[in-house]
Each structure stands twice: as structure tokens, then as C-alpha cells.
Design a protein around this ligand. Structure first.
Ligand SMILES: Nc1ncnc2c1ncn2[C@@H]1O[C@H](COP(=O)(O)OP(=O)(O)OP(=O)(O)O)[C@@H](O)[C@H]1O
Length: 550
């Protein structure tokens, strides 16, 4: 296909506003694509390379402006191009506004002709351009781009400029291409979706859909060395997770950077969340993996920067390691990293995407014999989950992940099967007005604390807290409260309002359980506010406001 024909189709697509019309136009484009199918399935999304490839054009805006300026003629400089961009705000518009050499050439041929750019040629030239490296590479890249722009008419220039800067913006998203592939080659959308998840390559999937149909799509498997998109999480709550699932798989949410490990039986390669190859900057992670594995595997996890005492450092520190291309040894001295693996997508020829998290985690745990694998707690108890969260926070991590233990691994999906518990937006300072002695090992310490807020004439209860308190804190809190016990009945004690607890919670609900008319959902102990007296504690009217504004 001539590049001019692609530009023409792109312009048509861009002019459409309805999603269905856009999908239909992309469907037609793919159906007519012939040998250019794979390339067009990428170009239409503004991609030159498959999503799983780390290859980039490595063409910054300035370099592109220079190439445009050179093609536009002697009197135009990169600064002029940039100035026009400041006016119009869109690089395609700017590129289309110049008279390039090619326009005159095309006019002479009456459009098209021997010198007409083809889609295949653009793809080839850009692939060669991406491979240019070393001294003088920037100059060579400008030369290649100049050569292309010089043969463009305004419409071609518009879409070439956008393609080069990954700013296609014609309203075609991942979902559009998925649906268009399904429609163009009469295969089920689900089969296309799965194949895309597994291969991360729209071009390849489009070709398989056309040439081998549904059977071919179903046969696409994960491949060691070809990264897949990471499964993502939504914000969620413990109460929500407990409502939705019988049991919740709880893990620490490590504060680091996502890493996907591909081990081919001999060597490991590592990929970042956006599928960049980060093998070289992380030799000790590679060594950890290679020391334990003896069969091919694809694993998912987080790399965390740690201080000398093992405590996690802010995640910016780990990014310093990810970005390091030179002098890795020195960077390694500066920032120590640890690998925490939490999922397993493939082991020794077997894809595990469709297996449950429960099974995938078991398979992962069987591959390593040290503490590389995340601890996973299965729980149906909010207090227990709260304790895991308290431990995670104590250990310096971000909080917890709540996962559906039965769910499959869905690459690239921000679904509801993985949830990250948001940090508390608000906390409440509550007065402790009662408590209960613990049981068994904890019989000598107070365990559950009655939380109240101030009212006009006293205090009203909003809940009980038993979660988030370490054993050491329980001892200290018991010593602090015991002198204020005013009455005792069974394990329950009444306590004079003296001590203020800061508590986190997920939600405030109206409730008839407590005399305040409200109940904190999933309250967690955060601290004793020694700096506050009950007079400084929160009031019922604040609770009312918080409940209303939720
Ligand atoms: N045990 C774990 N299981 C899954 N993801 C984890 C875990 N520990 C840390 N993480 C990190 O938490 C992220 C989950 O949140 P999300 O999928 O929304 O990613 P994100 O957009 O990078 O969000 P965030 O900025 O909150 O990390 C994962 O991408 C991963 O990097």
C-alpha cells in the first residue's frame, strides 16, 4: 500500500467521531492491507514496533523538527518549526503546512508514481533508523527522516510526523484494533483479546487471525523472552474484598518497581512495567533468579531498593537503578535492591495464565527456596487482614494487595481481581471509653477498644478497634488505660475518657449498632495521641460531615 493511501485512510478515521464508524474504517483498512497487515495494525495506533519490543526510534522532538526543517527548504530552521508548533500545538499540522520536495515531485507525476513512498518502505526505513547507534547516530537519524519527509505530500507528512513522535491520535485505541481484527477476519473478539494478551503484538495477531483463524489465535502461547503486559490493580477496600470473595489472598504491597522475569533455561532477562529490557542494570536480580531456576519460566514481581538494615527505600531509588545504563557496578554499590516475586505465568513449557492465583503462587513457591517469594495469606477475617497491613506498614511498605485467590492472570487488565488498599484519606481521633480483656495468651492485656467521639453532652460510640496494634503496643496501651478503668463485667471494662487513639477506617456508615448513629468500617489503630486530650478529640459533627461527603 502506498503511504499516501494510508495517510488518506488515517485522515478519514480522524474525521469520524463515532466509535462504531472508526472501528468500521479500521476494519476496512485491515481487510485491504495485504502484505502490509502487520505494519498497518501498528501504524494505525501510532506504533512502529510491537508493544513487547524494547526497540524505540529514539527520535526526540528536536530531531524531528530538524528533519522537517531541512525538508522544508533552506530558509526554514528547527526553531521555525518549533515556533509553528507553539502556534498550532500539533506536529502533524506543522509538518503538513510546509512545501516539501516530494510535493513538487508528486505533482509532476500526477500523484503516486515511481517515487511514491510505500507503507513497507516507511516501516523499513524507520526500523533501520531505530538500529542506528553510536557516534553520529543523531545526524544519521535526521538524514533518514529528511529523506522520508522530502518525499511526502502534506497529508503523508502529517501522519509521518505523528508516527515518528508516537502521537498518532486519530481516535484508534487498543480496543478499536482488537474489534477491527475480529470484524475484518470474522473471528471472535475474545479469541483476539486473548491472543493479544499473550503475545502483546497487534501486527502478529492480525496476521494469525487472517491466515489461521480462531484455531491459530487459540494456539498462540506465551513465549519466554517476549514480555506481556502486567496485570494491574484497582483501588479497593478490605470490606469490599470480603464481600466479593469467600477468602481474600493478602500480600504486602512492596514499594518498588514492577519487574517481569523471563528465564529461558540458561539465562534470565528482566523487563520493566513498560516492557523495557532492564536486565543489564540489575545483575544481582539476574543472579538470584539464575541461581534458583533450572527450567524456563516467566515470573512477575517487584524490585525494591533497600537500606543496609533491609528497610525499603523510596521507589525513586530503585528507578535510579533501572535507568542506569553505564557504570552499573558503581550504582550497585549505591543502591542495593531486593527481588520479591508474587506471580508465575509460565513454568517449563506450561502457560499458567488461566490457572487460579492460588495455584500460580504455589507453583512459584516451589521454584525458590529462600525468601524471594511473597508471603500470601488467605483470610476471611478483617482483623487478621488488618494485622497483615500493620506489619506491611511497620516494615516500611506501602500497604497491602487484596487478590481474588481464584482469579486467572489477565495481562494488561486493571480489573477487580487485584485491589490495592488505598491509604487512609482521613483519620479520626477517638476517645477510648471501654475495652475488653483478651483471651488465652492475651488474657492479661486489653484487646478490643471502644471508640467514641465528642458530643454536646458527652461521648458517643462509633465502633471498636482490635486491629493494627502490635503486641508491644498492646502492653503499653494496657498500662496506659488500666488506671482509668471504672467498671468491669466479665471481660468488658468501662474506661473514663482520658486517652485518644488515632484510627484509620475505610468508610463511615450510618448504623443503629452504636449510639452515635454511625459506624466506622474496618477501623485500624494507628497511634495513641499523647499530644491530645479528649477535649481535642474529633466530634460527632465531624463524623457526620465525613459520612456525608464520602
Ligand atoms: N504483592 C504485590 N502484588 C501485586 N503488585 C504489587 C505487589 N507489591 C507491589 N506491587 C506493585 O503494586 C502495583 C499495583 O498497583 P497498580 O496495578 O495500580 O500499579 P500502579 O499503577 O503502578 O500503581 P501504584 O502507583 O499504586 O503502584 C503493581 O503494579 C506492582 O508494581
Amino acid at each position: 500500500m502506498e503511504f499516501a493511501a494510508f495517510a488518506d485512510r488515517a485522515a478519514t478515521i480522524e474525521a469520524e467521531s463515532a466509535d462504531t464508524a472508526i472501528t468500521e474504517s479500521v476494519t476496512d483498512l485491515l481487510a485491504d492491507a495485504g502484505d502490509d497487515l502487520a505494519t498497518l495494525a501498528r501504524f494505525v495506533q501510532g506504533r512502529v514496533f510491537p508493544a513487547h519490543e524494547s526497540t524505540t526510534l529514539d527520535v526526540g522532538p528536536r530531531l524531528c523538527y530538524e528533519a522537517i526543517a531541512r525538508a522544508a527548504g533552506q530558509n526554514v530552521s528547527a526553531d521555525d518549526v518549533e515556533a509553528r508548533l507553539a502556534e498550532t500545538g500539533e506536529i502533524g499540522e506543522v509538518a503538513a503546512s510546509y512545501d516539501f520536495g516530494g510535493q513538487r515531485g508528486l505533482a509532476a507525476f500526477g500523484g503516486g508514481g515511481a517515487d511514491a513512498l510505500t507503507v513497507a518502505e516507511v516501516e523499513r526505513e524507520l526500523t533501520d533508523l531505530a538500529a542506528v547507534a553510536g557516534d553520529g547516530s543523531q545526524e544519521t537519524k535526521v538524514d533518514v527522516l529528511f529523506g522520508l519527509f522530502n518525499r511526502c505530500d502534506p497529508d503523508e507528512a502529517r501522519y509521518l510526523a505523528r508516527l515518528v513522535l508516537s502521537e498518532m491520535r486519530i481516535g484508534v485505541g487498543d480496543g478499536t484494533v482488537r474489534d477491527a481484527v475480529a470484524a475484518a477476519f470474522d473471528v471472535p473478539v475474545d479469541a483476539v483479546e486473548r491472543a493479544l494478551q499473550v503475545s502483546n503484538d497487534y501486527g502478529y495477531v492480525a496476521e494469525v487471525a487472517r491466515d489461521e483463524g480462531e484455531t491459530g489465535l487459540d494456539a498462540i502461547d506465551l513465549e519466554v523472552g517476549r514480555p506481556v503486559q502486567a496485570m494491574l490493580a484497582q483501588a479497593g477496600t478490605v470490606t469490599g474484598a470480603l464481600e466479593d470473595w469467600n477468602e481474600v489472598a493478602v500480600e504486602w504491597k512492596y514499594d518498588g518497581a514492577r519487574v517481569q522475569v523471563h528465564y529461558d533455561g540458561e539465562a534470565a532477562r528482566l523487563f520493566s512495567r513498560n516492557m523495557e529490557d532492564v536486565t543489564d542494570p540489575l545483575p544481582e536480580v539476574v543472579a538470584t533468579v539464575e541461581a534458583s531456576l533450572d527450567a524456563p519460566a516467566i515470573l512477575d514481581g517487584e524490585v525494591v531498593a533497600v537500606a543496609d538494615d533491609g528497610a525499603p527505600l523510596p521507589f525513586q531509588e530503585v528507578l535510579r537503578r533501572f535507568r542506569r545504563k553505564h557504570d552499573v557496578a558503581a550504582a550497585r554499590e549505591d543502591v542495593t535492591v531486593r527481588l520479591h516475586l508474587f506471580d508465575c505465568l509460565h513454568v517449563d513449557g506450561e502457560d499458567l495464565l488461566d490457572a487460579s492465583l492460588r495455584e500460580r503462587h504455589d507453583r512459584l513457591a516451589a521454584l525458590f527456596d529462600d525468601d524471594v517469594v511473597s508471603d500470601l495469606w488467605l483470610s476471611a477475617d478483617a482483623d487478621e487482614i488488618g494485622d497483615v497491613e500493620a506489619e506491611a506498614l511497620d516494615a516500611g511498605h506501602e500497604g497491602i494487595m487484596l487478590k481474588d485467590p481464584e482469579a486467572a492472570y489477565t495481562p494488561g487488565k486493571r480489573g477487580k481481581h487485584w485491589r490495592k488498599r488505598k491509604p487512609d484519606v482521613e483519620t479520626l481521633d477517638c476517645v477510648v471509653t471501654g475495652a475488653e480483656w483478651g483471651e488465652g495468651r492475651r488474657a492479661n492485656v486489653l484487646g478490643t477498644f471502644e471508640l467514641s467521639v465528642r458530643t454536646d453532652d458527652g461521648y458517643a460510640q462509633v465502633g471498636n478497634v482490635a486491629t493494627g496494634i502490635t503486641d508491644a503496643e498492646l502492653d503499653a496501651v494496657t498500662d496506659r488505660l488500666e488506671p482509668h478503668v471504672t467498671a468491669e463485667e466479665g471481660r468488658s471494662v468501662a474506661i473514663a475518657p482520658e486517652v485518644v487513639f488515632e484510627v484509620g477506617y475505610e468508610e463511615i456508615q450510618t448504623s443503629t449498632t452504636y449510639d452515635s448513629g454511625y459506624a466506622l468500617r474496618f477501623p485500624r489503630f494507628l497511634a495513641v495521641r499523647e499530644d491530645k486530650t479528649p477535649a481535642d478529640a474529633d466530634s460527632l459533627s465531624r463524623v457526620e460531615r465525613l459520612a456525608e461527603n464520602a
